[in-house]
Design a binder for this molecule. Structure first.
Ligand code: TYD
Length: 216
């Protein structure tokens, strides 16, 4: 049976990476074979493109070019990592996926949604997530977390944007969730870590595991 595909989305410091990895551990404890991956990156080719994007050297080329670079990375990630794992019956958990492009490049970068949707059709096709979590935290909480995690290191290309930018980012993810309630579930990321993890687990059980055990 084909595996399930779950993505985590949200702004900086929302706790996506922590919860993606906690969910992977929990699935493994149930003997569900599971691949934990991330974007941009997640395959050899995509990690090279990640480096180019996050270093900021492509920023002067404009938002469209950045969007195309994210798409190039995603194409490799889907073909080399995600699709083979799902086809082999493994579950895939990705820290960011298409909704990040829709919000960062689309809603905020003002890149034409027609371009974004066309790139999605080419790179993702039918490999859409079965379930997406948006971890929602107020901007000041998220930025404070991202800063403390980073320590004295430099902020990356996106972390160094303004507070207003991060507010818009948060709203952008919430708008997407409203539009696709069947796929996207918003989780309040301010709650203690274990409470958030439990909410995520309950959703996975009822939406994906429940469906599986109910199947003949
Ligand atoms: P990363 O260091 O992985 O940070 P995070 O922990 O926030 O995921 O950096 C990824 C950055 O790239 C992040 O700021 C969001 C941005 N991004 C986009 O703008 N578009 C995309 O399609 C993706 C996948 C990420």
């Amino acid at each position: 049976m084909r595996g399930k595909f779950i993505t985590f989305e949200g702004g900086e410091g929302s706790g996506k990476s922590t919860h993606a990895s906690m969910l992977a551990q929990r699935l493994k404890a149930l003997d569900i074979d599971c691949v934990l991956t991330r974007e941009p990156g997640g395959s050899t080719g995509a990690e090279i493109v990640r480096h180019i994007i996050l270093s900021g050297i492509a920023k002067p080329l404009g938002a469209e070019t950045e969007t195309i670079l994210f798409a190039a990375a995603r194409d490799d990630h889907v073909r080399m990592t995600i699709e083979p794992a799902l086809a082999a019956g493994k579950w895939v958990i990705s820290d960011r996926f298409i909704d990040s492009t829709r919000v960062y490049q689309g809603a905020l970068g003002k890149v034409d949604m027609k371009l974004i949707r066309s790139l999605e059709r080419v790179t993702v096709g039918a490999t859409m997530p079965d379930l997406t979590f948006v971890l929602d935290v107020p901007t000041i909480v998220g930025l404070a977390r991202a800063k403390s995690r980073r320590g004295s290191g430099a902020a990356d290309r996106f972390e160094s944007e303004s507070t207003e930018y991060h507010d818009d980012l948060r709203r952008g993810f919430l708008v997407l969730a409203e539009r696709e309630p069947k796929r996207i579930v918003v989780i309040d990321g301010r709650a203690p870590r274990d409470v958030v993890a439990e909410k995520i687990w309950d959703t996975v059980e009822s939406r994906l595991l429940g469906a599986e055990t109910a199947a003949p």
